[in-house]
Design a protein around this ligand. Structure first.
Ligand code: MN9
Length: 291
């Protein structure tokens, strides 16, 4: 079982004006992140607007991105759906592309029982044979796992980790402590340093793709016990995250990428485009980040 470690951007999905995947922009953003030193990629998650895309488009994204990355670093894809059939169909495609692991949000929208959710994960790992990373994101999925429920799922050898998009660091700490060989990812960029302090060795974050160097700097300072420095850099990350959250995180990230010279288009509707004032606001945030 492969244990993932390091800093993974949760990639946005670049679209052209027709709403199709912009392959060229995808390549540019992946290459930039590899040059910056990221340790892997997470595709088709919340940041990737996965639930705004058709399943075919998600499969195409997995195919295109895996081809561009070409095994240089691991790739994990969220194939989560509220239907097991659809998740398995996307997982099948991901497996054929040589993906390193699949990830899945718990089935959502309908109030599935915890047993149904558990069975969903069990089927995913059994029927695909691929490592499965739980995508624990209670605020968006509406599914609140207890720590005991997550620990129980993680006793299954095919369930190899959890992406913890939660501010509950006590839960994350327990998952790490009881599962030293598994991949427990931090999932909120603004608590990256805090997550490192509870033993987390991996993070998946949407803002990594615009400032991977800052995450790498936090990790370096933490490893060297330079806590003042680590806190200072985390503060810079948080200033940007705060600005992005104020305008809408995903469209904000696309706007910052545009300001950095990579045109990834806009988010799918009903997301609205940024106003001129919001863009100016982000320009200022980017100036502070670069200062
Ligand atoms: O993938 C991201 N989670 C969501 C991780 O977008 C729901 C995070 O990187 C957040 O965007 C970020 C802001 O809260 O931490």
């Amino acid at each position: 079982m492969k244990q993932f470690k390091g800093i993974f951007p949760a990639l946005i999905t670049p679209f052209d004006t027709e709403g199709n995947i912009n392959e060229k922009a995808l390549e540019i953003i992946i290459e930039k992140n590899i040059r910056d030193g990221v340790d892997g990629f997470y595709l088709s998650g919340s940041t990737g607007e996965s639930y705004m895309m058709s399943n075919d488009q998600r499969k195409n994204l997995i195919k295109l991105a895996s081809g561009i990355v070409n095994k240089r670093v691991p790739v994990i894809a969220n194939i989560g759906s509220f239907s097991l059939d659809q998740a398995l169909d996307m997982a099948d495609c991901a497996g054929k592309q040589g993906i390193d692991a699949i990830s899945s949000v718990p089935p959502f929208y309908f109030p599935f029982s915890k047993r149904e959710i558990k069975n969903y994960y069990m089927s995913l790992q059994k029927e695909t044979g691929l490592p499965v990373i739980i995508y624990n994101i209670p605020e968006m999925s509406g599914v609140n796992f207890t720590t005991e429920e997550l620990l129980e799922l993680l006793t299954c050898s095919g369930i190899t980790g959890s992406k913890q998009t939660t501010y509950n660091l006590f839960q994350t700490e327990q998952l790490v402590r009881y599962n030293p060989g598994k991949s427990i990812f931090n999932g909120h960029d603004e608590i990256f340093l805090s997550a490192l302090s509870v033993g987390v060795e991996a993070t998946i974050g949407s803002t990594v793709s615009i400032m991977a160097d800052q995450f790498i700097a936090v990790r370096r300072a933490f490893r060297e016990s330079q806590m003042q420095e680590a806190l200072k850099v985390q503060g810079k990350i948080n200033d940007m995250v705060d600005s992005l959250l104020k305008v809408g995180i995903f469209k904000g990230i696309k706007a910052v990428l545009f300001l950095q010279g990579i045109d990834c288009g806009v988010c799918k509707k009903p997301f609205e485009e940024l106003t001129k004032e919001e863009l100016r606001f982000l320009e200022k945030a980017l100036e502070r980040l670069n200062s």
